[in-house]
Structure formats: C-alpha cells, structure tokens
Design a protein around this ligand. Structure first.
Ligand code: SF4
Length: 303
C-alpha cells in the first residue's frame, strides 16, 4: 500500500527536493521492546523512563510473526533496543526463538534489569546462532556517565558488561560522541578502562552524537537530493540504516514498521504492518536525525 505523505516529505521548507534513500534489502530487523526503562536519562533519544508507554512492551506473540516474515525476506540479523529490553518479560523467550534462525544483538544499559535475569540470559549461550550485547557506557569516567544516568550506574554497567563477557557472550559498548571531543584520546581512555576491568582493550565501541529527545525539532541543515548525489555515492547511500534495515515498534496495541531505529516519533515514517510492503517505499530524509546520518554516518547497526 502506497502511503500518502505531506508536501514536507518531498520538499524542504525552501522548496528543494529532499534527499531520499531507496531500501535495497532487509539485512537487519530491529525490534523496539518498549520505552519503559529502569533509568531516566534526560538525553534519551527515546524519552524512555520508568513506566513509560509511548512505545509499548512487546510480547513473544507480537514479535514472532515479524520474525517469520523477515525470514522470507532473507534477513541476516535481529537486533533489540529500548527503553531497557530486559524489562520485557518475554525477552529471553523472544531471543531464544530469534537465535534459532539468525544472530541477535541486544542493546542494554547493563544495570539491574539485566543483572536480575542473568540465570535466564545464560541459557542463550546454547542458541544455534550467537546472541551478543551492546552496553551503554556514555563516558569513560563514573563522574561523566553518572551525571547523565544516575549515581552508581557507571559501576553497574561495567559489572553487567563484565558478567556477560565472563559468561562467554560477545559484547560491545555504546558511547556518546561530543562535537569537540578528541576522538583518539577518548577511545584510549575506554581502552584503559576495559583493561583495568579485565576486559579486552579492543572491545568494539559505537559512538553516537546527541540525537535530541523525541518530538524535538532542533535546527539542522536540510538534506536535499543535491546533497545526496553530490556528497554521497550509490554505494554510500546503501550504507544508510534505512537502506537495509527496518524497526518494528508496538503502538496502541499494533506492531508497526518504521524506516529505521531513529525516527519512531514521526508518523510519516510509519510504514504499516508489512515488512514486505515497506521495502518498496522510498524513505525521505526529512527527519532532523537524518542529518546525523548524512554528516556523521550515524548507524545503530553492527551488521
Ligand atoms: S535517520 Fe538515518 S537511517 Fe533513519 S530515515 Fe533518516 S537517513 Fe535513514
């Protein structure tokens, strides 16, 4: 079904054709497990917090049909984000099912919700395909991390990271990327931190710029078709998340396909309930977060 869009989807406020991405595959399927979280961080791009229901907690019965449909589209990986995914009671059941088909990645804050379920999590080691974890450690010091996430969360996140690693899971870290940071210095500080905690110094780190909170409209340059053809190539356009992935969220009791992990606060990116149909729709780069993809190559994917 072709969606009806406003003019704003197609042209910038000054009348230029917007940049766009043509999806070419469904390599990675993301599930948003819900915006409930055990932490409440002011910077959260999802606006998550305790009891939040903007996006609802998912159950196995919600997710299974989409896993099954994606397998017919040759999906290569399943990824899960929140909120805090471990607040979804059936998360481990969902992962056990998904990992019978393809590798899985779970994004977690690594604190209480994960640590209380380690016995259950351990069972995933027996899965046919690996389940790996990405833990958020925003900065390499407790002072900076705890300022955003709450007292004691740095130490708990490191505990969660180490516990998963010691069990034998593959782990990586998500960090914040400040505009004026010295990248090499920042990454060296993480390497030291990992080694000091008995972790490999070369753990994979994914850095994210500030995406702003849901519904906000920060002023960023508009991405036009001219930008996408002058500064990007056919090959680089295929690396945008919306070119090879989708995200599914639960809103008002319905599972909905969105164009990527970054745009679930704009209904124009709601692509309905069919993954198959969503792949034929061109994605406009109208959202302010599209500029981060254009300028910084932002991607939630490890695929
Ligand atoms: S935020 Fe990035 S991945 Fe998402 S629709 Fe915009 S350009 Fe595509």
């Amino acid at each position: 079904m072709q969606r009806i869009h406003t003019d704003n989807w197609f042209v910038t406020p000054d009348g230029k054709p917007r940049g766009y991405i043509e999806p070419h595959a469904l390599k990675e399927l993301w599930f948003h497990t819900g915006t409930a979280c055990n932490l409440q961080c002011s910077f959260c791009l999802e606006g998550s917090g305790p009891g939040d229901t903007r996006l609802e907690l998912v159950k196995f019965a919600d997710v299974k049909p989409l896993i099954d449909e994606s397998l017919t589209l040759d999906v290569e990986q399943f990824s899960f984000t929140g909120g805090e995914p471990f607040l979804a009671k059936q998360l481990v059941q969902i992962l056990a099912y998904a990992a019978t088909f393809k590798p899985c990645l779970v994004l977690t804050n690594g604190t209480d919700a994960l640590q209380q379920r380690m016995d259950e999590v351990r069972t995933l080691l027996a899965s046919k395909h690996p389940v790996s974890f990405r833990i958020s450690i925003d900065y390499p010091t407790a002072q900076q991390h705890d300022a955003g996430r709450g007292e004691g969360t740095f130490s708990k996140a490191l505990q969660g990271l180490k516990a998963l690693y010691d069990l034998g899971f593959s782990v990586s870290v998500a960090r914040h990327m400040d505009k004026d940071e010295e990248r090499a210095e920042m990454e060296a500080a993480y390497r030291e931190l990992f080694v000091a905690h008995g972790l490999p110094g070369d753990l994979h780190i994914v850095a994210f710029p500030d995406f702003a909170t849901p519904g906000s409209l920060p002023h960023v340059p508009q991405v036009t078709t001219h930008c996408m053809t002058t500064y990007q190539t056919e090959k680089s356009r295929k690396d945008f998340m919306c070119a090879f992935s989708k995200m599914v969220v639960k809103k008002q009791g319905q599972m909905k396909v969105y164009a990527c992990t970054l745009v679930d606060d704009d209904e124009e990116y709601d692509q309905g309930s069919s993954l198959t149909e969503s792949l034929s729709e061109r994605i406009s780069m109208k959202h302010h977060r599209c500029y981060s993809c254009f300028a910084y190559g932002s991607s939630c994917s490890e695929a």
